[in-house]
Write a protein that binds this ligand. Structure first.
Ligand code: ZN
Ligand code: FE
Ligand code: FE
Ligand code: ZN
Length: 266
């Protein structure tokens, strides 16, 4: 089978991934991929914003690393992208990033559910004690909806990330999902099937079947990503992701070339 592109992987510049882009490329080729994309964690205006992203003065180094891999692996299509954190109030900063380089695509991700809570950070697990999961889901999807509405992003990343450690809301979240997916559809945002969830406590692809089913009904396009933070994670569990996508009706996914979308069958 021809794999769809793996559009979500990192580099050591974010300080919590290992392996250089060339090693990711090597693994991708060995696994039978023809296209991948690097989407490392984008810088924030202050370099001490947190400790899991590249510094602003490392953007050029990041671009150079990816371009070098493109030269070293002519048989593999390698896209240049970023995983950009969306937080309300940072729109001007993100606009600056979009203009900085002819990126192939930008993944908009919400990790911050407030200015001081990174919802997927294991060091901040105790914060869950003071918050009901439904409240977290509400805030999360509110931010995800706003991210889609900015129009900055071709792809919205790991759309139900708060489930990472196994927390689940006990109320119906369909209205939250619908609002987000309507915004995604309206603003031409794809959502990704991110297989990293299978490697976490939730043991489930992001997003869940319910969201994916709604997304298909609404005509929201998809991409695939391993969210690899190490070369051997490239393309991990793609067979399961494809099976999930097909089971709700999807037969096509997107590729992006300088932010222009193409649709390919899988
Ligand atoms: Zn990361
Ligand atoms: Fe992320
Ligand atoms: Fe990521
Ligand atoms: Zn990610």
């Amino acid at each position: 089978m021809q794999w769809p592109a793996d559009y979500h992987m990192h580099t050591p510049l974010c300080r919590h991934a290992t392996g250089e882009p060339g090693e990711y490329a090597k693994h991708a080729l060995a696994a039978g991929f023809t296209e991948i994309g690097f989407s490392d964690h984008s810088p924030m205006p202050r370099d001490d914003f947190d400790d899991w992203r590249m510094r602003a003065d490392q953007l050029d180094e990041y671009i150079a690393k990816v371009c070098q891999a493109q030269k070293d692996f002519p048989n593999l299509t390698i896209r240049l992208a970023l995983e950009v954190d969306y937080l309300p109030g940072y729109e001007d900063w993100i606009r600056g990033l979009t203009a900085r380089q002819p990126w192939d695509y930008l993944i908009g991700s919400v990790h911050y559910v407030s200015d001081d809570w990174v919802v997927d950070n294991p060091r901040e697990l105790s914060k869950w004690k003071n918050h009901d999961p439904f409240e977290v889901w509400s805030t999360y999807f509110e931010r995800l909806t706003r991210a889609a509405e900015t129009g900055f992003f071709e792809i919205i990343g790991h759309a139900d990330l708060p489930k990472k450690f196994g927390h689940r809301p006990d109320r119906d979240c369909a209205p939250l999902y619908e609002k987000f997916l309507d915004a995604a559809k309206k603003n031409n945002c794809a959502i990704e099937l991110n297989t990293a969830g299978l490697r976490k406590d939730c043991k489930e692809i992001y997003p869940n079947r319910e969201i994916l089913q709604l997304a298909f009904q609404k005509g929201v396009p998809i991409t695939f990503g391993s969210d690899a933070h190490a070369p051997e994670e490239v393309g991990m569990n793609f067979a399961e992701a494809i099976q999930l996508a097909r089971s709700v009706g999807y037969r096509e996914s997107c590729r992006f070339i300088q932010r222009k979308r193409q649709v390919v069958k899988f």
